[in-house]
Write a protein that binds this ligand. Structure first.
Ligand code: NAP
Length: 268
């Protein structure tokens, strides 16, 4: 498997070359309604990616006291704005705002995050993992996949994607017994871990020789460093690092979804 950072750099160069051929540049707007440090880092990373591929990135930062009605109005404006190809509403949102209502209010054709259940795009993290595995010739068909975590943004979409690739897919969650957990994990050729617990997965299991682990977890510890859901030294064929692993693939997917969105909107 190719090193993720190197893989992402090459893919971004390819996207940049494509954007270079366009007279009208793809435009993505990010709406941020928080002062969250991690969110600010994600937003800056996304804006940097857009700049690197030659697309237009714009940040709309709103006051955290905004009402749901006011935010819905901003979204309505972006849905209708012909100059905007795609936009995302950065999570989390302030407590007075219902995140599900907001996710569902984004026009599915502009929803490059894939958060709206009606979105025509794959959710960015799952798409990033899929594209990376495909480009690295991972053999999906007939193999066992285990996903730890059943969130709407990672675990569940990942399940459907891998099922469509003809894998035998099992989702494990907090209520899975240790006995079953051991059984499924030790039979898996692919493990996607998205639970948000530092170093949860370690070498207490006997992994298959061909096992590939994609670590989605991002856990900021009191030392302010980022840690994955897995220890960095799993006895597996390949594991994605944290940081500079799935996070980079997620950001890459956002640019890929933006290009897809642009092509659809401009009938290319
Ligand atoms: P989430 O909403 O935080 O939910 C956690 C999930 O993990 C729940 O489904 C929970 O099960 C399950 N879980 C908890 N302990 C478990 C255990 N011991 N074994 C199996 N499952 C367990 O999930 P999320 O939003 O997908 O986030 C998960 C992690 O991924 C976080 O660290 C987040 O920061 C990170 N993340 C990273 C990216 C990226 O781009 N790299 C993108 C999104 C999220 P129950 O449903 O039973 O409670």
């Amino acid at each position: 498997m190719q090193e993720i950072r190197e893989y992402v750099t090459i893919k971004k160069e390819q996207i940049k070359a494509y954007v270079g051929t366009l007279t009208l540049k793809p435009k993505l707007v990010i709406v941020q309604v928080n002062e969250d440090k991690a969110s600010c880092a994600y937003v800056n990373g996304k804006l940097k990616d857009l700049n690197e591929i030659g697309a237009i990135g714009e940040l709309i930062k709103l006051d955290t006291s905004i009402t749901q009605e006011e935010l819905l109005n901003v979204i309505k404006g972006l849905n209708e704005d012909e100059t905007v190809d795609g936009f995302i509403v950065q999570m989390p949102l302030p407590s007075q705002i219902d995140e599900e209502i907001i996710k569902r209010s984004v026009d599915p054709i502009k929803d490059v995050d894939g958060f709206n259940p009606l979105s025509t795009y794959l959710s960015a993290t799952s798409k990033g993992i899929l594209t990376y595995l495909e480009d690295n010739n991972f053999e999906f068909s007939g193999k066992n996949a285990v996903i730890l975590g059943r969130s709407n943004i990672v675990g569940r979409p990942m399940h459907d994607i891998l099922l469509n690739k003809n894998m035998n897919v099992t989702i494990l969650h907090s209520k899975t017994s240790e006995e079953d957990r051991k059984f499924y994990i030790e039979h898996a050729s692919l493990i996607v871990v998205a639970i948000g617990k530092k170093y949860y997965l370690d070498n207490r299991y006997n992994y298959r020789d061909d096992c590939v682990v994609m670590d989605v977890g991002i856990n900021r510890d009191i030392d302010n460093h980022l840690y994955g859901d897995c220890i960095p030294t799993l006895n597996v064929k390949f594991q994605s690092p944290v940081p500079r692993g799935v996070g980079l693939l997620t950001r890459l997917s956002l640019t890929l979804n933006l290009i897809e969105c642009y092509k659809r909107r401009h009938n290319l």
